[in-house]
Design a protein around this ligand. Structure first.
Ligand code: NDP
Length: 297
């Protein structure tokens, strides 16, 4: 079975590809990079295309996992950057739909990215199932519009993966978070009460494969561990995991100076719960943060 993967060279993609291959999928990666560069990232060669129209088979893709997008915390959110964040997700997803329509093809299943930022910050720390209302700040609208674009792609089954903070020591959020902690200079961010909905990379990949293979799975899924904690608790666990004190607070105004508008993702949070994954019978290998961190660090 052919599977089209966008964003396959990213953090999640590079851990996902080997599992998809092991699961028997014939993976084609859509990338701005060439086949050699993609092979270097993934550690083995995988069929790579630059444009949907370069699809190399007569047979249509049965499945698509759509993760591509400019890094949300890589640069300050200027107007130009906001456009790039939207185009690289919503624009690309619209082009996927147009290409399939032109081809007269229909996916059996589409798993398309989104984030817990979908819920915005107005819910406080109330537990949020997947039917909670979307927020209306920039990142919430980005997620909602990305999901709406995915809903227009011809597919028998659509899973929207609302991803939390994916944890791995060498990728994603921990790359920026860990160095001060390792130097004993870590501490809570802002008031520290904001919830940090995290997920171990192992469970993230396992949950994606689970949704891909379970015909009954459709709709939105909070991709977060059941054991979400607030920033203060997260800070304590991280300090313990690297055997350092974690008492140096990062005040809100410093975070705003460093990250601009995007600092809201660090200063405010939401408490999504993995109701959808649990109702699908998915079992987390790392449900609680101390176990996840001791495995990762
Ligand atoms: P990465 O940033 O690691 O990778 C995303 C990939 O998207 C890149 O490898 C790149 O592939 C592709 N990409 C980047 N910019 C563009 C562009 N302008 N046009 C087309 N493709 C582009 O993402 P992750 O693996 O961490 O996450 C996957 C998705 O999940 C992302 O969309 C992210 O926003 C979302 N997410 C991730 C979270 C996390 O904690 N990691 C949390 C919440 C959501 P190439 O260079 O091969 O073209």
């Amino acid at each position: 079975n052919k599977l089209l993967l966008t964003g396959g060279t990213g953090f999640i993609g590079r851990f996902l590809v080997p599992e998809l291959l092991a699961d028997g999928w014939d993976v084609v990666v859509l990338s701005r990079q060439n086949e050699q560069a993609v092979a270097r990232v993934l550690g083995h060669s995988v069929k790579t295309i630059r444009d949907f129209n370069d699809w190399p088979y007569d047979e249509d893709p049965a499945a698509c996992i759509n993760l591509a997008g400019e890094g949300i915390m890589d640069k300050r959110w200027s107007l130009v950057r906001k456009k790039a964040l939207r185009d690289s997700r919503i624009g690309l997803t619209e082009r996927l739909g147009e290409w399939l329509n032109q081809r007269g093809a229909r996916l059996s299943v589409l798993l398309s990215g989104s984030a817990v930022g979908y819920y915005g910050t107005a819910h406080g720390d109330q537990p949020l199932k997947e039917d909670a209302l979307a927020g209306d700040d920039f990142s919430a609208r980005l997620c909602a519009d990305w999901e709406a674009a995915a809903a227009k792609v011809p597919a028998d089954r659509l899973c929207l993966i609302r991803t939390g903070i994916v944890l791995h020591p060498n990728h994603g959020a921990l790359v920026k978070l860990l160095p001060p902690f390792r130097m004993g200079l870590g501490g809570p961010v802002g008031h520290g009460r904001q919830v940090m909905p995290w997920i171990h990379i192992h469970d993230m990949v396992a949950a994606i494969v689970h949704l891909l293979n379970h015909q009954s799975a459709s709709g939105a899924f909070n991709m977060v561990a059941p054991g979400a904690v607030d920033n203060r608790e997260f800070t304590k666990s991280l300090g313990r995991a690297v055997h350092r004190p974690a008492i140096f607070p990062a005040p809100a105004f410093v975070m705003r100076l460093a990250f601009g508008e995007g600092a809201m993702l660090l200063l405010e949070g939401q408490r999504p719960i993995p109701a959808g994954l649990e109702s699908q019978g998915f079992t987390f290998r790392f449900p609680s943060l101390p176990e996840a961190l001791s495995d990762l660090l």
